[in-house]
Design a protein around this ligand. Structure first.
Ligand SMILES: [Zn+2]
Length: 177
């Protein structure tokens, strides 16, 4: 889920990794490799699907920021997730001799956004919600789950750790010169 939120980066100025429908298709493919339970989309991703997905992404980024700061879930996050799930209107249908859950609006636009909402709800219901941090590199906007035992991880990557250290060293040198 955080991978999706992290598709907006700010390493050297803001970057959006989801510029075209093909980018989102590729992201979905790699997400499915990581979470095999995610379904194959029932149709192609269009520019409209991309726009639909960007709305929840920005809400998630804001509201996960709230969770990081306050250690709890905001009502706005639940409201957004419920609005998405409500619109999709899941129902149970017969498929051969078994029941299966379908969406009333089984369009790929809907399907992708609903799957994202499900992932977000899963994250929000897990212990990981209290372990989400934002990278301390001031030029980085990546959110990550801190799985270290003492919950003391501060950077998303060694690259950000090195950048922060180098910047501090430069500042020190500049102030002592
Ligand atoms: Zn970082």
């Amino acid at each position: 889920m955080l991978d999706f939120v992290n598709t907006t980066l700010a390493l050297k100025g803001p970057v959006d990794l989801l510029e075209t429908p093909a980018d989102l298709m590729e992201w979905w493919g790699s997400a499915r490799e990581m979470y095999p339970a995610l379904p194959n989309l029932s149709g192609a991703i269009t520019a409209h699907t991309l726009e639909r997905a960007k709305g929840p992404r920005s809400v998630l980024r804001t509201e996960l920021g709230h969770a990081i700061e306050h250690g709890n879930l905001s009502d706005a996050l639940l409201f957004e997730l419920n609005a998405i799930l409500h619109e999709a209107r899941p129902y149970v249908a017969r498929e051969r001799d078994r029941a299966s859950v379908k969406l009333a609006a089984d369009h790929p636009d809907q399907q992708l956004v609903v799957e994202l909402a499900r992932l977000a709800a899963h994250l929000a219901g897990s212990n990981e919600i209290s372990r989400i941090h934002s990278c301390e590199n001031s030029r980085c906007s990546v959110l990550f789950v801190d799985r270290t035992k003492n919950a003391a991880r501060r950077w998303c990557s060694t690259l950000c750790f090195d950048q922060t250290r180098a910047r501090k060293r430069r500042l020190r040198r500049a102030s002592s010169a």
